[in-house]
Design a binder for this molecule. Structure first.
Ligand SMILES: Nc1ncnc2c1ncn2[C@@H]1O[C@H](COP(=O)(O)OP(=O)(O)OP(=O)(O)O)[C@@H](O)[C@H]1O
Ligand SMILES: [Zn+2]
Length: 740
């Protein structure tokens, strides 16, 4: 566990193409003194760990990672550095067009340390060029001279090509990791030379290098999905200061500053509109591409597009803390919450490589010794088998799918905190919805005022508004809105108090007053029989009724209607077509709940106190796996209790932190969409695991029987890794809103 004295450090690590690479980094760094909680995110290219001061230096950690053949640079300003870092052999480039990189020293250093290089500029790319050239040279030599000279040319090509690979294998070995793909390669190439298969040995080294580059390209593609999000925030902003407008880097904006956004431009920061009204396309954040009209006082997100008119806004969030930055961070961190399937595959691949090595030893030794077979043949087959022992394709099969799914989801406003959540969401059997704000719009409107004899509507509203003045409950807001419309003044309450699940109370104009549900009205003063009949009628029409009291005397009732969201019924229909049951949980009374549930065609449980919702979820969890969908504000405990808790709506500030996932659009149909995406992801993972294991199994057999040889074995491994990654990328294009 991290103690208080340890310091959290973060680096960007480049060149990791598969989970075998991440294991290498983790194992090597883990052994260093004072290092704990080491985590490597493959797709986010991030290394995090806790470091005891005065133990290992960050530079020593960087040295170790670099020795393993990866690029590393501290992330952001979290890890201050004294000397600038340059990748060995890399050409540091500062993109001239990138104002932000040029102006911000930390960003510039970062850009210089880890430039976006094309494949031939990387260490792995150079290995391809080197081994390829050597191979071509050797072939030429063989063609022009005798096969005798050619043979030695291939030996030379293989030996020179294998040196960098053997170096990496040796470094890993020194750090306590005997089983690495580089180690397998080195043994296989060396062994092939020993039995005189020089040409093939050189070819294998070359193909290995090509495979590494291809894997890198595929992994990079998967990463782009997430990067694309970050690129949606413009680099520059039009800052207004002292009556002047000037262009500044968007990264330098501070809370409280005023910026101007022209039509057609992207909004540079999370902010609040202080002047202007315009359509704002919030698709980068919510996935909703129909522009919404936004005016003074409305919040807007960085990355959204201003479609119509000039807007002036006040920055409300630091650039590093804006909504889209938090979404990106969440998606990146989500990688660490690994799915059970992923953990299983990891454990499997850890025994897989040694097991294949043992098998390969048997294949080499047993047939010649026990059955007097030819040594060269079986050594050759044993070496080829070694190459089958690379677990790359298998190990990347799960994280590649999950990374694609996470970014596919994020682009549509469907956020999930990692593979564990995806796997859980794919397996839910039942969906539970909160009513207010989830299935309904959450903004009830007062429809009926029923006054007691001798009380007028203004008095009823005034007392009710007094009690609710400080409340943010949707019903309270409805009453306050209506009071304002009726131009009734709101008295100043004292001792205002919420009665969760029941109502609210306060001292209004010196007298104790209450607003409560009719069910709890009896506790205060009761409602007369004729009013109760009226209440029942209103409730049966799907309206929520509250009773208003002063000094224990009923003043009347207020009925409100909260319309179901327009797509709620469709969402329930989709879920049921997917074989999932839906239930609505509500604190509202059974009659109102029944009226709403009937229209939406789902089960319901009414009159639930907040703790009842928790118990209900717990009970349902026992019979199946429940996904709970709520607004994340007052139902956070229920969201936590469910198998999967999803917060809905743009009130996601809290939700992003507490729930397992979030739906950023106010769309109920995104609930089935999220489940569809999760199911598709698990399907994709199954395809990948089958593909990886299947190919291994096939080539294991053909290798043992001598049908295929060394270079096919390495080609099969690379091919499988690339196929698996490409298959995972298909998820980027998956449309979870489409019913199938
Ligand atoms: N501030 C309030 N003003 C008036 N009535 C209230 C208030 N708070 C609670 N109530 C009463 O208690 C009932 C249950 O409230 P609760 O907050 O548990 O449910 P809700 O959030 O309105 O509905 P849901 O459970 O569907 O989200 C309401 O229907 C209402 O009758
Ligand atoms: Zn690898």
């Amino acid at each position: 566990m991290a103690s208080e004295t340890t310091q959290r450090r973060e680096w960007t690590v480049t060149g990791m193409d598969c989970a075998a690479c991440t294991t290498k980094v983790v194992r090597a760094v883990e052994r260093m003194p004072g290092v704990s909680e080491v985590r490597v995110a493959l797709m986010a290219e991030r290394l995090t760990l806790d470091l005891m001061p005065d133990s290992t230096s960050p530079e020593a950690i960087e040295g170790v990672v670099r020795k393993l053949g990866f690029g590393i640079a501290p992330k952001g300003q979290q890890a201050p550095r004294k000397k600038a870092f340059v990748l060995p052999g890399a050409v540091p480039t500062v993109p001239a067009s990138d104002e932000q990189a040029a102006s911000d020293p930390a960003a510039r250093e970062h850009a210089a340390a880890l430039p976006d290089k094309s494949w031939h500029q990387t260490a792995k790319g150079r290995l391809v060029i080197l081994t390829g050239t050597l191979l071509a040279l050797a072939w030429t030599v063989e063609l022009l001279t005798s096969s005798e000279v050619g043979y030695w040319a291939f030996v030379a090509a293989c030996l020179i090509g294998v040196v960098p690979i053997a170096k990496r294998a040796f470094e890993a070995l020194r750090m306590g990791q005997p089983f690495t793909i580089e180690g397998l390669m080195t043994i296989a190439a060396g062994g092939a030379l020993l039995i005189g298969a020089a040409e093939e040995a050189a070819l294998v080294v070359f193909l290995f290098a090509v495979g590494e580059v291809l894997e890198g390209v595929a992994a990079g593609k998967a990463r782009q999905g997430i990067r694309a999000l970050a690129n949606l925030v413009p680099k520059t902003a039009l800052l207004e200061e002292a009556g002047q407008t000037r262009t500044v880097s968007a990264d330098s904006l501070e809370i409280g500053q005023a910026v101007l956004v022209r039509p057609g431009d992207r909004i540079p920061a999370d902010g609040e509109i202080i002047e202007g009204t315009s359509g704002v396309d919030e698709s980068p954040v919510t996935g909703e591409s129909v522009p919404r009209s936004r005016g003074v006082g409305d919040a807007v997100f960085a990355g959204s597009i201003n479609t119509e008119a000039v807007l002036r806004l006040r920055v409300t969030r630091e650039p590093s803390d804006n909504t889209i930055a938090r979404i990106i961070r969440l998606v990146e961190e989500a990688e660490e919450a690994r799915a059970p399937t992923e953990r299983f595959i990891d454990r499997f691949s850890r025994i897989y490589m040694p097991a294949i090595m043992a098998l390969s030893a048997l294949v080499i030794v047993v047939p010649p010794l026990a059955f007097g077979q030819d040594w060269t043949t079986w050594i050759y087959r044993g070496l080829a088998l070694l190459l089958i022992g690379c677990p790359c394709a298998l190990v990347i099969s799960v994280p590649a799918s999950i990374a694609s799914a996470l970014s596919a989801g994020a682009r549509r406003g469907l956020l999930m905190k990692g593979g564990a959540v995806i796997e859980a969401a794919a397996g839910v059997t039942h969906v539970v919805f909160d009513k207010t704000g989830t299935l309904t719009q959450g903004t009830p409107i007062v429809t009926d005022l029923v006054t007691a004899p001798g009380v007028d509507e203004a008095e009823l509203l005034s007392v009710a508004a007094g009690v609710e003045a400080g409340s943010s409950h949707p019903l309270a807001l409805a009453i306050l809105r209506r009071t304002k419309e009726a131009a009734v003044s709101v008295p100043d309450p004292r001792d205002a108090r919420a009665l969760p699940g029941r109502g609210a109370e306060a001292i209004v104009d010196g007298a104790p007053a209450w607003v409560t549900s009719p069910t709890h009205a009896a506790e205060i003063g009761g409602i007369d029989a004729s009013t109760l009949v009226e209440v029942a009628a209103l409730e049966s029409a799907g309206k929520t009724v509250v009773a208003v009291f002063r000094s224990g005397r009923p003043l009347g009732v207020i009925a409100m209607r909260d319309e179901p969201r327009s797509d709620a019924a469709a969402a329930i229909g989709q879920l049921s077509a997917m074989g999932l049951g839906s239930t609505m949980l509500t604190g509202d009374n059974p009659r109102t709940a029944a009226a709403i549930a009937k229209g939406l065609r789902l089960d319901f449980r009414a009159s639930m106190m907040p703790e009842d919702k928790l118990t209900a979820i717990r009970a349902m969890n026992r019979d199946g796996r429940v996904m709970m969908i709520g607004d994340g504000i007052n139902d956070a405990p229920a969201l936590k209790e469910a198998h999967v808790g999803i917060a809905m709506g743009s009130g996601t500030d809290v939700a992003l932190e507490t729930a397992d996932g979030a739906i950023l659009r106010d769309r109920v149909t995104d609930a089935p969409a999220l489940i569809r995406l999760s199911r598709a992801t698990m399907g994709n993972i199954r395809q990948n695991v089958t593909l990886a294991l299947g190919l291994k199994a096939v080539f294991l057999v053909t290798t043992v029987f001598g049908v295929t040889g060394l270079w096919i074995a390495i080609l099969a491994d690379t091919g499988a890794t690339v196929l698996v990654t490409l298959n995972a990328l298909r998820l980027l294009a998956f449309d979870p809103t489409r019913e199938s």
